[in-house]
Structure formats: structure tokens, C-alpha cells
Design a protein around this ligand. Structure first.
Ligand code: CTP
Length: 401
């Protein structure tokens, strides 16, 4: 696969590097892509829409409303029509708007509606690029699953020299080609991923929860999407933005998560249960806030929740891949092996809270994978998206032996 025949929405922002978007448009068209250029109003001060319209063979869009044709440029349709959105150059201002979800122009509205992968190629002066605000905006954009085409190092329009110049148009085309040439070994497969914590209500204002951030499950969902799977993400309460392309089912309690997982498990070729599900829930939920009146020492009676993974393991059919996690507070290998067999899993991913730098809320994880044939793979501490890639590679091997 290549970008031939793909619909590329090229966003151009107000930056001196906008002159390179003419060359980029030309290269994309030559590579066989259909190019729709959308400019921010400020970008038109740097390069004319006429130039980019002529090179792309399509009218350039700037505003929601086109006074010449009297037509409304529907951002949702534009976003859905794109196989990829590329913003080059992406100015510091537009990056900040993307990071915060502002949408005061057509390009920003399209970004918020995009279901396709989004590639962002920043261009700005050295100091702007290094500023803490820009750094944190970039981190947010990465956490939303956007692809960053980093700026190059060299002479800048300001006369300074350093990092900040727009990647060369050839590099941007190579990044797109690389994305579309990625093997999609899970194309046509349906995946179910659970993520995050659950919350078990005690009374209308309190609950029993845990420290899970959901980062590992969201990284798994993103990686499975990259590999071509159609992903349903059953998520407990998290602060995370779901990966583009995932169908999200939001749940709160273990009972709700059980219901959502059972509803999707039958149709799933691959199921990864990474959620930190409560093992116990209050037997009764007080319908009024429990008061702390003098001498009153409330005791909460707990009952066991249903083990979702074990339930799915019992229903598992030939050809379904089922993966679980085991969180242990010690070495935990024996306990994980027991869970692997008891819950009828294809493999289990062991995390230990003893591993420094790994764990619930952090960005890194150190995993050990235990397979059904008792082979054990130990991995180094690494960012959760890379740990997710290791896990998904084992899933691909099971799906396509
Ligand atoms: N799990 C589940 N439903 C539960 C509890 C756990 O589906 N009610 C799943 C988790 O998502 C994970 C696996 O079971 O994939 C193991 O979870 P873990 O908390 O490590 O183990 P438990 O089976 O709950 O056993 P224990 O707490 O006694 O270690």
C-alpha cells in the first residue's frame, strides 16, 4: 500500500515555512494522492490559495463559509473524507489550539472531527519550539495519538540557527508512505480491550477505586488499531483521550464492565483484559451520604465481584485469543501462571509493583509474558506504547501463526 489514491487533507498554517507547502502539494499529487488543502486565515498571508489550488487541482478552503459560492464548508465531511490529515507547517499557535481543543477556524474544526491519522509537522523559531508551553502541547498531541514529523535543525528565518525548521517536503511524504505501507496483520479482526479502574459505590458520593490510569490499555488499543484491528475499548473512568478510531464504551463499576465485555466478547477475535477490576464491591450502597455522627464507626461489608476474565475464559471458542494481566505485589510468577490456566488464557502479562519505574500511573512498564507452553519472556522497562507493541506482536503471532 502507498499513498496512491489516498485522500490527503493538507493543513497549512501561518508560518514562513508555508512556502514549502507548495512543493509538498506537488510531491503528494505526483505520488498519486488526492490533495485537499485547508489553510488557516493567517497562512494566506504567506502563500496564496491560488498557488495551492492550482498545484492540488482543488479549490483551497479557508473559512467555514465560502462567500463566492455561498456554500458552507462542512468540517465533519471534510474530516471523514480524509485517509490522512497532514498539517505542514504546523505553527505554535495551531499546535496550542489542537492541544486544547479550540476551534476558531476551519482547520481546527476539521482536526477535532478527524477519524484518520493526523500527522503534524511543526515549524517555528528555536525559542518557540523549546518553550515549555510548546513542549507540553506536543506531549498532549502525542498522547492523543497524533504522529509528529519533527522539525529539522538548521538556519531559521529569524537568522537564528537550531531546531524548528519544517521537515523537508520529501521527508513528510516518506513519513506518510511509511504509514500507509505498514503491514496490517490484524486487518478484518475485531478486538476488545478493557482499560482503567472500576469504581464501586459506597454511597452517592464515595466509592472504592484503585490507582489504574488506563494508560496501558489505551496504548494497547492504539497499537491494535495501528495493526489494522477494529477495536472496542471498554474503559473505566480515566482522564485519557481515546485513540483515534476506537469505539469506546464507558463504564464505571465492575458489574458494568462485565456487562459491556460480555456484550462484545462473542464477536471479538482478540480480547485483552488490562483493566484493574475491583475484586470486591460493597454489599449494599447507601442511598444517602453516610454521616460521621459521634461514635459512629461504619463498617462496609464487601462481596466478591464476578471475575470478568475467568467468565470470558469459560465462554472462549476455538480461534479466539484471550490475554489477561496479572498485577502482583511480589515476584508473582507462580500466581500469574495459576491465573493463566485458571482463566483459560493464551498468555498472561505479569506486572509487579516491585519493579522500580513501572506501575499504574506512570508512563513506563516492565512486563513479563508467560505463555501457555510455560515459556517466559522478560522485557526491559520501557514506555507503555512500546510495551503494548511487544504484547501485540505476540497477539499477531497467535492470530497468524
Ligand atoms: N480481572 C477481571 N475481573 C475481576 C478481577 C480481575 O477480569 N473481577 C482480570 C484483570 O483484568 C486481569 C486479571 O483478571 O486481566 C488478573 O487480575 P489480578 O487483579 O491480577 O488478579 P485476580 O484474578 O483479581 O486475583 P488476585 O487479586 O487474588 O491476585
Amino acid at each position: 500500500m502507498s499513498i496512491r489514491g489516498k485522500h490527503v487533507l493538507l493543513g497549512v498554517c501561518g508560518s514562513i515555512a508555508a512556502y514549502k507547502s507548495a512543493h509538498l502539494t506537488r510531491l503528494l499529487v505526483k505520488a498519486g494522492a488526492h490533495v485537499q488543502v485547508v489553510m488557516t486565515p493567517d497562512a494566506t498571508n504567506f502563500i496564496t490559495p491560488l498557488t495551492l489550488a492550482t498545484l492540488s487541482g482543488n479549490p483551497v478552503l479557508v473559512d467555514y463559509f465560502d462567500p463566492t459560492s455561498g456554500e458552507w464548508n462542512n468540517h465533519v465531511h471534510l474530516a471523514l473524507a480524509a485517509d490522512a490529515m497532514v498539517v505542514a507547517p504546523a505553527s505554535a499557535n495551531t499546535l496550542a489550539k489542537f492541544a486544547q481543543g479550540l476551534c476558531d477556524n476551519l482547520l481546527c474544526a476539521i482536526y477535532l472531527s478527524a477519524k484518520s491519522p493526523v500527522f503534524v509537522a511543526p515549524a517555528m523559531d528555536l525559542d518557540m519550539w523549546q518553550h515549555g508551553s510548546t513542549r507540553s502541547n506536543m506531549e498532549r498531541l502525542v498522547s492523543f495519538g497524533n504522529h509528529i514529523i519533527p522539525p529539522g535543525n538548521g538556519e531559521l528565518a529569524s537568522g537564528l540557527s537550531g531546531e524548528g525548521r519544517l521537515a523537508e517536503p520529501e521527508e513528510i511524504v516518506v513519513a506518510l508512505e511509511a504509514y500507509f505501507s505498514l503491514p496490517k496483520p490484524l486487518a478484518g479482526k475485531k478486538a476488545l480491550v478493557s482499560a482503567g479502574p472500576t469504581r464501586e459505590a459506597i454511597d452517592p458520593v464515595r466509592y472504592i477505586g484503585n490507582h489504574s490510569s488506563g494508560k496501558m490499555g489505551y496504548a494497547l488499543a492504539a497499537q491494535l488499531i495501528h495493526l489494522g484491528a477494529d477495536v472496542t475499548l471498554v474503559s473505566g473512568p480515566t482522564a485519557l483521550q481515546a485513540p483515534l478510531g476506537a469505539t469506546v464504551v464507558s463504564v464505571t463499576s465492575a458489574a458494568e464492565m462485565l456487562g459491556a465485555c460480555l456484550a462484545h466478547f462473542g464477536g471479538a477475535d482478540i480480547t485483552v483484559m488490562s483493566a484493574a477490576v475491583a475484586d470486591f464491591t460493597p454489599k449494599t450502597v447507601a442511598d444517602q451520604k453516610i454521616k460521621k455522627g459521634a461514635g459512629h464507626q461504619p463498617a462496609i461489608e464487601l462481596v466478591k465481584t464476578t471475575d470478568i476474565l475467568a467468565t470470558l475464559g469459560k465462554q472462549k471458542q476455538e480461534g479466539q485469543v484471550l490475554v489477561g494481566f496479572a498485577l502482583e505485589t511480589d515476584d508473582g510468577r507462580a500466581s500469574a501462571e495459576d491465573k493463566l490456566r485458571r482463566k483459560n488464557l493464551d498468555f498472561i502479562v505479569l506486572n509487579s509493583t516491585q519493579d522500580k519505574g513501572a506501575g499504574f500511573a506512570g508512563d513506563n512498564n516492565k512486563i513479563t509474558i508467560i505463555h501457555r507452553d510455560n515459556t517466559v519472556e522478560e522485557f526491559d522497562l520501557k514506555p507503555k506504547p512500546l510495551a503494548a507493541a511487544d504484547i501485540c506482536a505476540r497477539i499477531v503471532a497467535l492470530v497468524n501463526p
